[in-house]
Design a protein around this ligand. Structure first.
Ligand SMILES: Nc1ncnc2c1ncn2[C@@H]1O[C@H](COP(=O)(O)OP(=O)(O)OP(=O)(O)O)[C@@H](O)[C@H]1O
Ligand SMILES: [Mg+2]
Length: 379
C-alpha cells in the first residue's frame, strides 16, 4: 500500500460515518443465507429527445432473508429507477425494461403477466414511503386503508379481517389499536401515521420491502421514527429490506450490506464493514469522505468533485473515469469494466481508472494484460 492509499484509508476510517459505525454497531447478520431477491443484469432505458437514457445499465444485486441492503449513490445514479423496475412500475413510455432478470423467491417477475404482477406488488414485495402524509388517504379511516391491503392479499372479510387489521397495528406498536383503527389520518401524530404506513407495508407478509428516501427532506423526528420502525419490522418479521439513501451515515446504522451505484451501474458491493474499512472504488471512497457532519442537516450529500455524467451520452467504459483522481486514457472510456469478486462477498467494478489497486486484481479480468507497463500508478 503506498502512502497516498494509506492516507485515504485513514481519512475514510476517521470519517463521521465510520465513527458512527463504531459507536452504533452494525452488521446485524442476516437471518439466513437464503437469497430472496436476485436482480441480474437489469437494464432500464428511457427514450428521450436527446437520446436513450440508460438509467439502469446492467445492475446486479441480491437480498437475503432478514437482511438490509443499502443502495447508495448520488442523485440520478439510478437507485429509484432500479427499485421501480423491480416493481415493474417504470412509466412507459418513455421508460422500458430492456433486459435482465428479477428473481423473487424463484420466479422471474419480468416474465409475469400484468395480472400476476398486481398480486406480487404490495404482496410479496412492497414499498414503504417515508412521508406518511403522501402515503395515506386523508378521507379514509385507518381501518379502511390497512384493511384494503389485507383484503387484496389475504382475502379476509368480516371478523377475521378486523382481527387482522388490529393485529397489524399492534405489530407496529400502535397503542390501543382497536380504537386507533377507527380514526382518520389527521387524528394521529406524524409518528403514528408512519406506523400505519408500516402496518400496510407488512400486512401482506412481504419477503422484500423497498424503502426509498424521498427527495424532499423530512422532519428529523419523522425520519428517526421511520428508521426505528424499519428496524423493528425487520427484527420481528425477518423481511429483506432494500434501503435507498444518499446518506452513508444512515447506511452505517441500518445496513448489513451496501451496493454503491454510479451512472446506472453498481460499482462496488460488500458488507458494510468492508465498505467502510476497505473501499476499493474511488467513487465509494469519495462518498464516504463526503458524509455530512451530524450537526449539519443538509439533506443532500455534499457535492463530490466533478459533475455526474449525462446518462444519455455515457462512454461504454468506465463512466467515473473523468471524475476519478486516478489518470485515465481513451482505453478506460472504451472498456466496460466487469463487476469482479475480489474477496469473498466483495465485488468491485474493476477499472484501471477508478481502482487504485487494479494491478493486484488485474489477473481476474480478461483485459488486465492491456494495462501492463503503461506507467500508471500501481503498475
Ligand atoms: N420519466 C423519465 N424520463 C426520462 N428520464 C428519466 C425518467 N425518470 C428517471 N429518469 C432518469 O433516470 C436517471 C436515474 O434516475 P433515478 O430517479 O433512478 O435517480 P436516483 O438515483 O433515485 O436519484 P435521487 O437520489 O435524486 O432520487 C436520471 O438520470 C433521470 O433523469
Ligand atoms: Mg431516487
Amino acid at each position: 500500500m503506498d502512502e497516498s492509499t494509506s492516507t485515504m484509508n485513514a481519512a475514510v476510517a476517521n470519517s463521521p460515518a465510520a465513527r458512527q459505525l463504531d459507536r452504533d454497531g452494525f452488521g446485524k447478520s442476516a437471518a439466513s443465507d437464503d437469497v430472496v431477491l436476485d436482480v441480474r443484469d437489469l437494464r432500464t432505458h428511457f427514450t428521450t429527445r436527446w437520446g436513450t437514457v440508460k438509467a439502469v445499465d446492467g445492475v446486479s444485486y441480491h437480498v437475503r432473508r432478514g437482511e438490509t441492503l443499502g443502495v447508495v449513490g448520488e442523485s440520478g445514479s439510478g437507485k429509484s429507477v432500479t427499485a421501480l423496475s423491480l416493481m415493474r412500475l417504470v412509466p412507459s413510455p418513455p421508460g422500458q425494461i430492456v433486459g435482465g432478470e428479477v428473481i423473487l423467491n424463484g420466479r422471474d417477475l419480468l416474465k409475469l403477466s400484468e395480472r400476476e404482477m398486481t398480486k406480487v406488488r404490495g404482496g410479496d414485495i412492497s414499498m414503504i414511503l417515508q412521508d406518511p402524509m403522501s402515503a395515506l388517504n386523508p378521507v379514509f379511516t385507518i381501518r379502511n386503508q390497512v384493511g384494503e391491503a389485507i383484503k387484496i392479499h389475504q382475502g379476509l372479510k368480516g371478523r377475521p379481517l378486523w382481527d387482522a387489521i388490529v393485529d397489524s397495528l399492534r405489530k407496529v406498536r400502535i397503542p390501543a389499536p382497536a380504537l386507533r383503527a377507527k380514526d382518520y389520518p389527521h387524528q394521529l401524530s406524524g409518528g403514528m401515521r408512519q406506523r400505519v404506513v408500516g402496518a400496510i407495508g407488512i400486512s401482506s407478509k412481504p419477503s422484500v420491502i423497498i424503502a426509498d428516501e424521498p427527495t424532499t427532506s423530512l422532519d428529523v423526528t419523522i425520519q428517526a421514527a421511520y428508521l426505528r420502525l424499519l428496524r423493528q419490522i425487520q427484527q420481528e418479521e425477518g423481511v429483506g429490506i432494500i434501503f435507498i439513501t444518499h446518506d452513508f451515515g444512515i447506511v452505517a446504522k441500518m445496513c448489513d450490506r451496501v451496493a454503491v451505484m454510479y451512472a446506472g451501474r453498481v460499482v462496488e458491493t460488500a458488507d458494510v464493514r468492508t465498505i467502510f474499512n476497505n473501499p476499493l472504488h474511488e467513487y465509494t471512497k469519495a462518498l464516504i469522505t463526503s458524509v455530512p457532519k451530524l450537526e449539519e442537516k443538509t439533506g443532500r450529500l455534499p457535492q463530490i468533485e466533478g459533475q455526474p455524467p449525462l446518462l444519455y451520452n455515457l462512454p461504454p467504459g468506465d463512466a467515473f473515469a473523468p471524475r476519478s483522481p486516478l489518470p485515465h486514457t481513451d482505453k478506460d472510456l472504451q472498456i466496460r469494466p466487469d463487476l469482479v469478486e475480489v474477496e469473498p462477498g466483495h465485488f468491485v467494478q474493476l477499472a484501471h481508472s477508478s481502482v487504485k489497486e487494479f494491478h493486484k486484481y488485474a489477473h481476474l479480468v480478461p483485459y488486465g494484460d492491456e494495462y501492463k507497463g503503461d506507467g500508471c500508478p500501481g503498475s
